[in-house]
Design a binder for this molecule. Structure first.
Ligand code: IMP
Ligand code: MG
Length: 188
């Protein structure tokens, strides 16, 4: 696979502009939650970002720098594409998920909503801890008309809607590679 066979679908400039908007939306929502209730169960509200590794590493790095609030970052490793497969083979959690999210304002950050299995599972696991709020940010959402969605997951922040294409770059991989491409591209 050579670079010539990769077509840019979303450029780095488009990505940067959209992430600045997502950062503003998240910041505004956190501010309005805090205006409504500065404390949650007697404690000052705290913001916790939960990036889903590995695909969201580039996205979350840019997103958090567009959210000028105190926060902590608690990554989780959970994947529905074990090994080299590009079709979902069941959702796989490697390592634990954070267990101290009770009362927190949690934002799960993932690269792409495809079948919905990863985010569906993670949302249930975090919701069970009773966070104050639980929101989801995804850089990309694949078209539901493709029939790939297996679980409906409400997402609060979406960078871009895309068709039923396999995308790479900006954190997204094909068989573990191409995550470092600065743009989002399609092969072929
Ligand atoms: P799902 O929504 O549970 O099917 O899983 C989404 C995960 O599968 C994402 O976090 C990606 O890691 C991976 N994935 C889904 N579609 C693509 C794609 O087009 N390119 C690269 N990875 C993808
Ligand atoms: Mg992933």
């Amino acid at each position: 696979m050579t670079a010539e066979q990769i077509r840019v679908l979303i450029s780095r400039d488009q990505i940067a502009a959209r992430i600045a908007e997502l950062g503003r939306l998240i910041t505004a929502d956190v501010h309005s939650d805090r205006r409504a209730a500065p404390q949650h169960t007697g404690q000052p509200r705290r913001l916790v970002m939960v990036p889903v590794l590995t695909g969201s590493i580039v996205f979350v790095a840019d997103l958090i720098r567009n959210v000028p609030l105190k926060m902590t970052i608690r990554p989780v490793t959970i994947s529905s594409y074990p090994g080299s497969a590009t079709t979902t083979q069941g959702t796989n959690i490697q390592g634990g998920i954070p267990t101290d999210l009770a009362g927190a304002d949690v934002v799960i950050v993932d690269d792409i909503l495809d079948s919905g299995k990863t985010l569906g599972l993670l949302r249930r696991m975090i919701q069970a801890q009773n966070p104050a709020t639980l929101r989801i940010a995804v850089l990309l959402r694949k078209d539901e008309a493709s029939g790939r969605r297996q679980e409906q997951v409400n997402v609060d922040y979406v960078g871009f809607e895309i068709g039923d294409e396999f995308v790479i770059g900006y954190g997204l991989d094909y068989d573990g590679e191409y995550r470092n491409l600065p743009d989002i591209g399609v092969m072929g």
